[in-house]
Design a protein around this ligand. Sequence first.
Ligand SMILES: [Zn+2]
Length: 171
Amino acid sequence: MSVRFVIDSLDFVRNAGIHHDKIPVLELVRLHDFLFDRKGEIAYRISGQLDKNHNPGLYLEIKGKIHLICQRCLDKLTHTVDVRTFLLLVKTEVELNQIDEDDTLEAILATHDMDVLNLIEDEIILGLPISSRHPDGKCKLHKPDSIDNDLTDKTPSANPFSALAALKKTN
Ligand SMILES: [Zn+2]
């Protein structure tokens, strides 16, 4: 069973192509490092369109839920994927670099064998939160006061004196 969907990107736009499908999270291999588990599936829709300046591009909608790892308690953190983006298709690296300087546009190199699954993986990874953690109060490890107090209570104790005593003995 293959969920790969490969398009000739400019042809796809020329033919006003539309395709939608679902991908099991299990198949999105490059995401796995970020995940708590590989459950669920991602729904997507891709269509070939021209933007208002008549430049070809791919309109992508990606939706679903994935389970990230909370960086604080290491438990499951549900993340909703909801991407809607227009990727301008350019023919050369030079064009690509020019567009990269413009923050409002996203562009990719037009190819004859574009793997849509790859695009989707890219977009999901780009949209991941920089720091994934449960909101305060919902995280198991969120006890702001008690942790600090425990540390300060334990560290001092009799240590400085026993160290001093040890020094005196060796002299
Ligand atoms: Zn947490």
